[in-house]
Design a protein around this ligand. Sequence first.
Ligand code: GDP
Length: 296
Amino acid sequence: MFGLRKTLGSLFASNRLDEAWFDNLEESLILSDVGLPTTDQLISKLRKAAKSEKAASPEVLKALLVQEVSSLLKPLEHPLNPLYADRAKTTPEVWLVVGVNGAGKTTTIGKMCRLFQTQGKSVLLAAGDTFRAAARNQLIEWGSRNHVDVITQESGDAAAVAHDSIHAAISRKSDILIIDTAGRLATQDHLMEELKKVKRVIGKALPGAPHETLLILDGNTGQNGLSQVKAFHMALGLTALIVTKLDGTAKGGVICALAHTFHEGTKPAVLALGKGEGIDDLVLFTAEQYSAELFN
Ligand code: GDP
């Protein structure tokens, strides 16, 4: 499970509140990918509080830290399906899923599929990673696990698959269409151009779509993760992120860094967190729960 218990446990349990205590806390936050600007903001709030009588113990400061991070991240919360709830159910909700190879795209799509199904919605998947046969097969596998069809093409590009899948979703009256994409990092410019094209084609096939453009981000990638978010956001205008692999990291602070990465109003939100390889290992993001887990 993610969180800073190992590094911060003794710090919060100690009785001494001195310069070294704040230095250690600062270092731990930076090491867990919280990022410099966010760390500075948190440390200066805690220092101020420590000067007042009421918050002069590590235990009280811990509670304050949890609360501060929770309110910092509150604006990043992203409810599931706000659009879906508002729209007449005549066309599918279209989700475009992007991210670099290995981040957990296909696995997350499998988990989201399950989540939607538990809400009684019908799902259709599209295998838009036309470069890797393995990626297509993996998506087909997740589809069969969920008893959901997967639109694929033997040859043809991602845009053609996306176009096909929208028409298939409309004619089948699917509630949700989730489109997987390629994620070759080595050729980032080409990748972004290709993804932009996929997005344009989706918009032409169904005006207003995609309704969500989701980046899947490996929660262990630290500062490199932030540059991924920036690059994808600039090219595609992300609506939200899903941060994966938070079960296997002693870090997990990257979401805190996001709070200071974008201007107000242009931040991509956080929809959910991946906490394992299983089909049910996806939890919707809430700032309060994330913050509590990060420091517990
Ligand atoms: P893709 O290339 O982006 O489609 O990534 P995959 O979905 O193939 O995932 C890459 C690897 O990460 C696989 O071995 C997954 O089982 C694993 N993975 C994905 N999400 C999680 C997660 O939340 N926790 C853990 N521990 N592993 C994950």
